[in-house]
Design a protein around this ligand. Structure first.
Ligand SMILES: *Cc1c(COP(=O)(O)O)cnc(C)c1O
Length: 342
């Protein structure tokens, strides 16, 4: 059985062109800085992200955690959104590895209120931890791929600069935000000091993320990556598809957004399902299944029997993600199958 796989955009496989690029990639020892393909990817990523330098890391989680480690000292406090990926889904890494404490602040549809951030920044008092870092997430996964508005990012950055607290952006799906807003990605990254973007999600590369920031920051981040065992050797074979991801796979994300809308509208026509269609801004759909009377597991098992995969996200909430390997025909097929199923 071939599945229509809505679990995540991480399931996208490398394109033929990516596989060819892997096969023919020029390589060297990247720990010595001698892998030309890695060097090309890092230079390209820095340019696109509007930062001085960039570092290839093995995953989004590694990129975010290297950022926390580089920005903070043990005992610092990290201000972040209460349902952010760094807080919810990275295995407690920032406390386990960096020894920081997190200060989760509930946002609205993934966006922190700048005034809440301002209030959360610690003053000079012997009782307090230092405010070491502010983390933003755009698009926001748990909020359903919501775009954090540019204005919000700008206001938070102004507050952070005044208080001299660095800002890191978890931009695992930042290109989706840029495409949805119709702006170059550098318009978003100009309001943060450092950023992590995933090459392995909608952009379809098989492995890896980019961490970008100032030259000095990346020098120190490179050391943290090495300490974590992330210093790779002939890594050009995995950097080559990353270059194609950045050069050729960004614009097509608009198709994923169109398909997400289509799926959201289709699911919302099914009486026992509910989707807030206007909240679908990028490639993530949150579907409320409570009216079906089925548990998440029951619903997902029935879905699987129909050849459709998705993931549980919350109590009675199922997440569907569109990506390069889901066509509009598949979306129509899925909606018809689900309609008949319940
Ligand atoms: C996927 C994701 C990550 C982590 O990326 P991995 O490569 O899976 O470690 C971080 N942040 C957000 C918002 C994500 O969606």
């Amino acid at each position: 059985m071939t599945f229509i796989d809505f679990r995540s955009d991480t399931v996208t496989k490398p394109t033929e062109e990516m596989r060819q690029a892997m096969f023919t990639a020029e390589v060297g020892d990247d720990v010595y800085g001698e892998d030309p393909t890695i060097n090309r990817l890092e230079a390209l990523a820095a340019k696109i992200l509007g930062k001085e330098d960039a570092l290839f890391v093995t995953s989004g989680t590694q990129g975010n955690q290297v950022a926390v480690l580089t920005h903070c000292r043990s005992g610092d406090e990290v201000i972040l959104e209460a349902e952010s990926h760094i807080f919810l889904y990275e295995g407690g890494a920032s406390s386990a590895l960096a020894g920081v404490q997190t200060r989760p602040i509930p946002g609205i549809k993934g966006a922190l209120d700048p005034l809440d951030v301002k209030k959360a920044i610690r003053g000079d008092d012997i009782h307090y931890p230092y405010s070491g870092l502010i983390c933003l997430e755009n698009t926001h996964n748990k909020a359903g791929g919501k775009v954090v508005p540019l204005q919000t990012m700008k206001e938070i950055y102004e507050i952070a600069r005044e208080k001299e607290v660095p800002v890191h952006l978890d931009g695992a799906r930042l290109f989706n935000a840029a495409v949805a807003l119709g702006v170059p990605v550098s318009e978003l990254t100009k309001y943060v000091d450092t950023v992590q973007v995933c090459l392995s999600k909608g952009l379809s590369a098989p492995v890896g993320s980019i961490l970008a920031g100032s030259k000095l920051f990346i020098k120190e981040a490179r050391k943290w990556r090495k300490r974590l065992g992330g210093g790779l050797r002939q890594a050009g074979v995995i950097a080559a598809p990353g270059i194609i991801a950045l050069e050729k796979m960004v614009d097509r994300l608009a198709e994923d957004h169109t398909n997400a809308r289509l799926l959201a509208e289709g699911l919302d026509t099914i009486p026992k399902l509910s989707v807030s269609v206007e909240d679908v801004e990028t490639n993530i759909i949150l579907c409320d299944i409570k009216q079906t009377g089925l548990s998440n597991d029951q619903f997902l098992n029935q879905l699987k029997d129909q050849g459709i995969l998705a993931v549980p996200f919350d109590d009675g909430i199922i997440r569907f993600v569109t990506h390069r390997e889901v066509t509009s025909d598949m979306v129509h097929t899925a909606v018809q199958s689900i309609k008949q199923m319940i």
